[in-house]
Design a protein around this ligand. Structure first.
Ligand code: ADP
Ligand code: ADP
Length: 218
């Protein structure tokens, strides 16, 4: 019952006669209800892995499924359809369109996703931002921005939430609020995969995977 699965992922980068093997046979799974953290030094392949899992980059070898649907080695239109139904992505530097209000950002994602979607104001209620629905991203504090980003990432009610340093530079208390919300997501029977350097973030994970030089080291 995996919401996210990848098997034997390989990714090469070639620039001139330089070749980098960014991923060398990475296999992992995230089960329903599970939070998995990926850690590793800079250059170990975390960003490449996240992009392949999100269906934003195409691995040179191996396979990825999201919510049971294969996303690797399919045309971009198919990948986009699967992403819009199955996946939420949360990035450190924000996933909001700057000239749209928080509510309009949610509506923008929802316009592309089909099926059941939570009401924007209910999503904002969950992250404690109901009264900030009409605010623009630049009018929000760092903590509010992180919570707005989470509301946007969850606005298609995704099976899988992928997050890259989801709490960035937040202070401890605000970080915990965001982490509790992410943890609750797995409690609702979804899956979460986090890429992070922060011990507070790995603290909410059921499992921690260490990448080293494009391989799973632990
Ligand atoms: P981290 O994920 O650890 O914060 P980054 O993803 O920013 O680190 O970068 C990791 C390494 O990958 C760096 O050495 C960076 O120069 C390299 N890198 C990232 N993107 C590219 C790219 N598009 N072309 C070449 N090198 C890149
Ligand atoms: P991390 O996120 O853990 O820092 P990355 O996935 O960014 O690692 O990078 C893994 C390896 O692939 C590094 O050696 C990096 O320099 C290289 N790399 C990443 N992106 C590119 C790219 N677009 N072109 C060339 N090399 C890249």
């Amino acid at each position: 019952d995996d919401v996210l699965w990848c098997h034997d992922l390989y990714r090469f980068y070639r620039s001139g006669d330089e070749e980098t093997l960014a991923l060398r046979g990475v296999s992992l799974r995230v089960a329903r209800g599970e939070v998995v953290a990926v850690v590793g030094p800079s250059g170990s392949g975390k960003s490449t892995l996240l992009a392949c899992l999100a269906g934003l980059d195409e691995p040179d070898g191996g396979a990825v499924t999201l919510g049971g649907e294969r996303v690797s080695h399919r045309p971009e239109a198919e990948r986009a359809r699967i992403r819009s139904r199955r996946l939420g992505v949360l990035l450190q530097y924000g996933n909001l369109v700057t000239h749209l209000s928080v509510r309009a950002n949610i509506q923008l994602v929802q316009a592309r996703a089909k099926g059941e979607r939570p009401a924007p104001d209910d999503l904002l209620e969950q992250v404690g931002l109901r009264e900030r629905a009409s605010a623009l991203p630049r009018e929000l504090s760092g903590g509010e921005l992180a919570r707005a980003g989470l509301a946007v990432a969850l606005s298609n009610d995704p099976d899988v939430l992928l997050a890259d340093e989801p709490t960035g530079e937040l202070d401890g208390r605000t970080e915990q609020v965001v982490l509790d919300l992410i943890r609750a997501r797995a409690g609702d029977g979804r899956g979460v995969l986090l890429v992070t350097h922060s011990p507070a973030v790995t603290g909410i994970a059921d499992r921690v995977i260490t990448l080293s030089d494009g391989r799973i080291a632990a």
